[in-house]
Design a protein around this ligand. Structure first.
Ligand code: AMP
Ligand code: ZN
Ligand code: FE
Ligand code: FE
Length: 273
């Protein structure tokens, strides 16, 4: 029984709708997937319906970007109740901050004569949390970049002309919201932050003290050695082990749903912590 606990949909920057993502999981023979959109629970209800229809267990989730020593760190929240006051308040805060930043990015593009408007992006991606990936696609459509990753490299990464900083929400606010929404917090893809080892350990300690119950040790591109290292780190802090692909559909073709393999047992353990 294989699962994938890290899947994005059109509710953030994935290219499959929540139903399509669930049907894809069904085709791959996965028994469960977690829908973990960036700063959004907007895909969860549809995914749950599709899952009930085709016999794939859907775990409601979210991936929240939080701030730690100036770094953007990703926190996975599993089994959060999207309708709870705690989650709604947090998500509104994130949307307000993103709106502020999106307006700055669009204005900087318009200053260069590019016809980029927030209202048009919202209309094109209904229900999505609009962010840099959508601006990257706009640059591709306007012939300013070859691909989304080219647009990031040339314009939308720190130092790039259209990059604008986003204020991440404080760690404590994210943990309070996950807890208030009845969820379980898991540290996402620990090697993606490119921290030196002492900082990775400090981060793990801080997040564990704040209430994290697990660590995503199995992840796209992590070697067997890296996964073993993370398993030992997680064990040392009493964290359970999770894993997922960070599937985004066509937007990140190298992240394939269901890979690397994750066993259902890990979900069983997550449910029980
Ligand atoms: P934002 O939250 O608006 O700052 O956008 C961040 C998202 O953009 C990440 O979650 C990734 O999915 C995507 N992203 C970041 N860097 C790249 C890149 N170099 N190529 C493609 N997508 C990227
Ligand atoms: Zn993403
Ligand atoms: Fe992430
Ligand atoms: Fe992700």
């Amino acid at each position: 029984m294989r699962i994938d606990l890290h899947v994005h949909t059109t509710a953030s920057d994935g290219t499959l709708t929540p139903s399509e993502a669930v049907f894809h999981a069904r085709e791959l023979g996965l028994s469960a997937i977690a829908v973990t959109d960036h700063d959004s629970c907007g895909g969860v209800a549809e995914a749950l319906r599709a899952g009930a229809e085709c016999g794939v267990e859907v775990v409601p989730g979210i991936e929240i970007s939080v701030e730690w020593h100036g770094e953007g760190i990703h926190l996975l929240g599993y089994y959060v109740n999207p309708d709870s006051a705690a989650m709604r308040t947090l998500l509104q805060q994130v949307i307000d901050e993103r709106t502020r930043r999106n307006e700055q990015i669009a204005a900087s593009m318009r200053a260069d004569g590019l016809p980029v408007h927030i209202a048009a992006l919202n209309a094109r991606y209904p229900g999505a949390v609009v962010g840099r990936p959508h601006f990257a696609q706009a640059l591709v459509d306007l012939g300013k970049a070859q691909s989304v990753s080219d647009a990031f490299a040339r314009y939308l990464s720190p130092g790039g002309k259209y990059y604008r900083k986003r204020e991440y929400i404080p760690l404590s606010a994210a943990f309070n919201a996950v807890r208030g929404a009845g969820g379980k917090a898991v540290i996402a893809h620990p090697f993606q932050y490119r921290l030196p080892e002492h900082a990775l350990i400090a981060l793990t300690r801080t997040l564990t003290d704040a209430g994290a119950v697990g660590m995503e040790c199995i992840y796209t591109g992590y070697s067997a050695q890296q996964t073993e290292y993370l398993r030992a780190l997680a064990a040392g802090f009493g964290l359970c082990i999770t894993g997922g692909s960070d599937f985004h559909g066509a937007g990140k073709p190298e992240n394939r749903m269901g890979e690397p393999p994750v066993s259902y047992e890990l979900l069983q353990i997550l449910k029980e912590v």
